[in-house]
Design a protein around this ligand. Sequence first.
Ligand SMILES: CC(C)(COP(=O)(O)OP(=O)(O)OC[C@H]1O[C@@H](n2cnc3c(N)ncnc32)[C@H](O)[C@@H]1OP(=O)(O)O)[C@@H](O)C(=O)NCCC(=O)NCCS
Length: 233
Amino acid sequence: MTIYLTFADFPPLESDFSAEYLSDFLGEQERIEWDRLKVPKRKREWLSARVIGKKLIHTSIPELEQVPFSKIQILKEPGGAPFVSVENGKRTRIEISFSHSHEHVFAACSPDNIRFGTDLEWIEPRSKEFVEDFFTENEIRRVISSDPDQADLIATVIWSAKEAVLKALRTGLRLDTRKIEIGFTTEPSDREGWLRLEIKSPSRLLWRREGDFVETFCILENPEQDLRWVTLR
Ligand SMILES: CC(C)(COP(=O)(O)OP(=O)(O)OC[C@H]1O[C@@H](n2cnc3c(N)ncnc32)[C@H](O)[C@@H]1OP(=O)(O)O)[C@@H](O)C(=O)NCCC(=O)NCCS
């Protein structure tokens, strides 16, 4: 089984979001969620993630290639985790996870029921207070003992990896971030560009740098799935 991944800029979007424009992209239940969004930045990231998510579904699931975007809906569980419905609002076996940051989206999708989570973070300084509040003792030591020019990267990787795990678990930040401990290894992954992180449990936790971003990816069950990068048109 394969999990398809993509990293993409926000697509060009019409600024007035007319009803006609939105009907090309969104289904009925998505429109209800859209109508609740008030902040323009949030609207843009929400819509961009759906457009990129649906393009990824078209590219990676051949039987859906001809299905219009408005019939493929990316809806939410009560806890916030996304799921995909086609035509009728019911959950399909398709899994999707995405993360948006600084006008970019990192997304993953699979035709099969596999639990995974993605996260995208801009590499930037994290305050001492932030690290002490959210990281474990070992993680704090790892950040403090790193070369000063690596500290921002290492703190960002640890934070991003926690978010990817929390998304794979579908809890999000409701779970204490210190319950998950991220360890660095020197072991490269067998997949191009990915590096492995250590975590207790049979998960596969990977990270890679993409320009000024860190991407992290966690698969909880059946961790040896095939990963394939997709470039969207
Ligand atoms: C999931 C969460 C860790 C994402 O963090 P973030 O860095 O702000 O945002 P990202 O861009 O990386 O990811 C956002 C996407 O995560 C996904 N997501 C949200 N909750 C999720 C959950 N419980 N499980 C898996 N994925 C989730 C959604 O697809 C969301 O995209 P959308 O908002 O456009 O629908 C965080 O928002 C969270 O925990 N949310 C749920 C709990 C909550 O609302 N807590 C309030 C603060 S304690």
